[in-house]
Write a protein that binds this ligand. Structure first.
Ligand code: XMP
Length: 508
């Protein structure tokens, strides 16, 4: 049985990070809303309580039933989690005299406590709290302090398997954070560290076979990492009972439809490639409003997918490449609906299909590791994110096949240039935007009056925030020259130096 650490989410922004750090220790974990602790799950070996935007004494503060956890599993409370346990068990928590955010140094450390094993005094930790524990429940013991926070870490009374840390061990700036999480997960909870891409594939393939039996599954491929890995995994489990549909809406990158289709075929996938570009071009003709463009493409995609899927017989399931962060965002706190970020959102109801989401418990870097383990080519795995509506949201104003062609050529030069200069993997995402302006230029002896494009490249970790990539000037100059000299219709290249926020990554 796969051992499991449960992380109860009280709404902190770093809850997902706790999950990632535990997974980095090769331990499987699940993040659940604070009030959804699973009763009688024999695979649970320990529980972590996350931070929270609330104070423990707020009326609206999230509370969990500690009796369901205490004494049954080792528990580690982080920030609010630590304050909550202390408060509920008779200690006091008060607003701190000075709120503490950022670096702090552990001055006193009880190295004999198993949680603090190997943590040296002088270790840097990361604090982010407005409240502080001013007195602990009876018998509880301080096991670490900073100069400002006497109770930086504590242990329950009579060596109970209960710990709290005021700082955030999951944050990379907490230098001893990994050691503390390892001490908890491995030494205290007895984690076997048996979670790996290979073990995930083995158990998921077995579960999928059990879940799906001889049922048929249809899956929409986008060329992106998530849907591709989901398809290859499903293919391993059920082979020809999986049919994939890859729709070309005419707004993909240069040669992408052809190349990605060839990749999919090499991987042994049963793929139907549908060139629906004419339908999309005619529906988009004359439309300039960004949201209308998105809606037309989203609806058109569903229509094409639905029509193709109906040609198949007996399909019962819709496969999707939903990943963990997609689920947690909406699961967090309310524990209700999981929002679909995928282009086929709305399809399961329309087609009366059941959903199969084999990657729903994986973080993005784990999806990539699984893809590698499944033998997928590196260029499919490290591919930049690309918006579902494709180049349509990178052509400002109305869309014509001619504009798409110009943009595909310019985009190809930029992306190939990034690859040739070893810069592709250093940026999160890059592309070119075709601007709705013309400007005067001179080429040879001729005056020109042609289009301007903007290059966009950003660094990011999750696309929620992003900075413009500080690409070398010489590289930008080379790309600009190449585009102006070889893409007919473009005589000016600019570089977008806006961060998100306040700008967004895409221009539309
Ligand atoms: P923004 O422009 O909001 O983009 O900063 C954040 C990330 O989302 C991608 N994006 C989309 N993806 N359908 C998608 O599938 C869309 O309509 C869409 N709009 C933006 C964008 O490429 C970036 O990675």
């Amino acid at each position: 049985m796969q051992q499991k650490i449960i992380i109860l989410d009280f709404g902190s922004q770093t809850t997902q990070l706790i999950g990632r750090r535990v997974r980095e220790l090769n331990m499987y974990c699940e993040i659940l809303p604070y009030n959804k602790f699973p009763a009688d799950d024999p695979s649970v070996i320990g529980v972590i309580l996350s931070g929270s935007p609330f104070s423990v004494y707020d009326e609206k503060a999230f509370r969990t039933d500690l009796a369901a956890i205490r004494g049954r599993y080792p528990v580690l409370g982080i920030c609010y989690g630590a304050q909550f346990m202390s408060y509920m068990l008779g200690g006091s928590v008060e607003p701190a005299n000075s709120r503490e955010y950022g670096r702090a140094i552990l001055e006193h450390v009880d190295g004999t406590d198993p949680l603090m094993n190997g943590v040296e005094p002088g270790s840097q930790v990361w604090m982010s709290h407005g409240d502080t524990i001013t007195s602990l429940p009876e018998g509880f013991k301080i096991i670490a302090s900073t100069d400002k926070v006497p109770v930086a870490a504590y242990r329950g009374a009579d060596n109970e398997q209960l710990w709290g840390v005021q700082f955030h061990p999951e944050v990379y700036h907490s230098k001893c954070g990994t050691q503390i999480l390892r001490n908890f997960v491995v030494d205290i909870c007895g984690g076997k560290q048996d979670w790996s891409a290979a073990s995930f594939i083995e158990s998921t393939v077995a579960e999928l076979r059990q879940q799906l039996g001889d049922d048929k599954v249809v899956l929409g491929l986008s060329g992106g990492v998530d849907s591709s890995v989901a398809a290859v995994l499903l293919n391993r489990a059920i082979g020809k009972n999986l049919t994939c549909i890859f729709v070309d809406h005419g707004m993909l990158r240069k040669d992408e439809f052809k190349n990605v289709l060839a990749d999919y075929e090499c991987l042994g996938l049963n793929v139907i490639g549908v060139d629906a570009s004419e339908k999309f071009f005619s529906e988009l003709a004359g439309v300039t409003d960004p949201e209308k463009k998105r809606k037309i493409i989203g609806r058109g995609f569903i229509e094409v997918f639905d029509e193709e899927a109906h040609k198949l017989t007996d399909v019962k399931w819709l496969g999707q490449g939903t990943i963990y962060p997609d689920c947690i965002e909406s699961l967090s706190i309310t524990g209700t609906t999981i929002k679909s970020h995928h282009n086929v959102g709305g399809l399961p109801e329309k087609m009366n299909l059941k959903l199969c989401e084999p990657l729903r418990l994986l973080f993005k870097d784990e999806v990539r590791a699984v893809g590698r383990e499944l033998g997928m080519p590196e260029h499919l795995i490290t591919r930049h994110p690309f918006p579902g509506p494709g180049l349509a949201v990178r052509i400002l104003g109305d869309i014509t096949p001619e504009k798409v062609h110009i943009l595909q050529e310019a985009d190809h030069i930029f992306i190939q240039g990034l690859r040739d200069h070893g810069l592709y993997d250093q940026v999160w995402q890059a592309g070119v935007i075709l601007l709705p302006v013309q400007s005067v230029g001179v080429m040879g002896d001729e005056r020109t009056y042609e289009r301007a494009v903007a290059l966009r490249a950003v660094t990011s970790t999750d696309a929620m925030t992003a900075d413009w990539a500080h690409l070398p000037y010489d590289f930008l100059a080379e790309v600009s020259n190449k585009i102006i000299n070889s893409v007919k219709g473009v005589n000016r290249v600019t570089y977008d130096i806006s961060s998100k926020p306040p700008a967004t990554i895409e221009w539309e």
